[in-house]
Design a protein around this ligand. Structure first.
Ligand SMILES: Nc1ncnc2c1ncn2[C@@H]1O[C@H](COP(=O)(O)OP(=O)(O)O)[C@@H](O)[C@H]1O
Ligand SMILES: Cc1ncc(C[n+]2csc(CCOP(=O)(O)OP(=O)(O)O)c2C)c(N)n1
Ligand SMILES: [Mg+2]
Ligand SMILES: [Mg+2]
Ligand SMILES: [Mg+2]
Length: 306
């Protein structure tokens, strides 16, 4: 099939957009100057996350399909973490002109399939030639007339609970860095996170006071809720789910590993949570996050430190 450089800009756009089914909220696009996306609530949730080759993924560690799934998941999870329903994605795709067109097709199949899993679709984007592959993904969502689930609503006395895998992606990344090829379930978790998209609706139904997706590490991300809400979060490490497959470093990965896009929220003490949620701590007066009553060490992903 050749390279994306041989296809040219409009040949590539045609190749990619042919792979994109139109989801229920997209009224127009891709193909015109802009997409038209339904916003029945009158307010759109909007979020964007960049993925840069070498920093967020490596082409020798992940195939194009999984990179597409991950790029979509990272953004769809942010929409769900606002308590909104994902409606559409806009995808900026920068790549060397020597990139195989088949690689780009695989990427777009991954984007399309992850969107479908969350009820959304890719409504548009942009392509440019560049030295390294970069994906700039913007996701839109619909609140359905309800208030957003922010980071700032946690109150002393609330329960902290998590839903989804924690530390799996970090454990998989550590294996890839060591040149190992298993356990496959961990490497697979790194290549393709599986955010439990139902968590947004579940959290809302249970009366969540704050919600976010864990992209940088549980302790670090709960720190955002603590700071935004003006509270302290007391985490009980023995309550954090750490399956045996995570190995000896399991708890560290679960507390500091990002990229699984689990959801962490705070709930009134009397809230009834589905069994898929694990209570892991409580909200108190004060600042910061304590793990088992102590200040945690450094940990969690920081682009400007890594
Ligand atoms: N370059 C930027 N310009 C404006 N706002 C930004 C920029 N980078 C990050 N933000 C905002 O800062 C907040 C935290 O960003 P980030 O840590 O990337 O959030 P998340 O983990 O949810 O993706 C978000 O509200 C984001 O929109
Ligand atoms: C090649 C490679 N090196 C390191 C990592 C680890 N890593 C990259 S970004 C990141 C954190 C999440 O990404 P970020 O851009 O911070 O997303 P956001 O918090 O904005 O949602 C982690 C753990 C990786 N996925 N791939
Ligand atoms: Mg971000
Ligand atoms: Mg994010
Ligand atoms: Mg981050």
């Amino acid at each position: 099939m050749g390279t994306i450089g041989e296809l040219g800009e409009f040949g590539l756009i045609g190749l990619l957009t042919r792979r994109l089914p139109r989801g229920p909220d997209v009224r127009l696009g891709p193909g015109d100057d802009a997409a038209v996306v339904a916003a029945p609530d009158g307010r759109a949730v909007a979020t964007t996350d960049l993925l840069v080759e070498g920093r967020h993924f490596r082409r020798d560690w992940s195939g194009p399909y999984d990179i597409g799934r991950k790029a979509a998941a990272q953004n769809l999870a942010d929409v769900v973490a606002m308590g909104a329903r994902p409606t559409a994605l806009l995808v900026g795709f920068a790549a060397p002109l020597t990139t195989d067109a088949a690689w780009a097709e695989g990427l777009y199949d991954g984007l399309a399939d992850e969107c479908r899993a969350a009820g959304a679709s890719v409504a548009g984007g942009d392509v440019v030639g560049a030295d390294a592959i970069t994906l700039a993904v913007t996701a839109l969502g619909d609140l359905g007339g309800r208030p957003p689930l922010t980071r700032s609503g946690a109150r002393p006395g609330d329960v902290v609970a998590v839903r989804g895998r924690l530390g799996w992606s970090a454990a998989g990344l550590a294996l890839l860095e060591e040149g190992r090829d298993g356990p496959a379930v961990l490497i697979g978790a790194h290549r393709r996170p599986e955010p439990p998209y139902a968590a947004g609706a579940e959290a809302r139904a249970a009366g969540a006071t704050a919600l976010l997706d864990v992209s940088d590490g549980l302790v670090q991300d709960l720190g955002h809720i603590a700071a935004s809400s003006g509270v302290r979060i007391d985490l009980d490490s023995s309550a954090v789910p750490v399956p045996d497959v995570l190995g000896p470093g399991g708890l560290r990965h679960a507390l500091t590993g990002g990229e699984d896009h689990a959801f962490a929220g705070t709930f009134p003490a009397e809230a009834v949570l589905p069994s898929s949620w694990s209570p892991v701590g409580v909200v108190a007066e004060g600042t910061g996050v304590l793990v088992d009553g102590r200040e945690p060490g450094r940990g969690g992903w920081d682009h400007f430190r890594a």
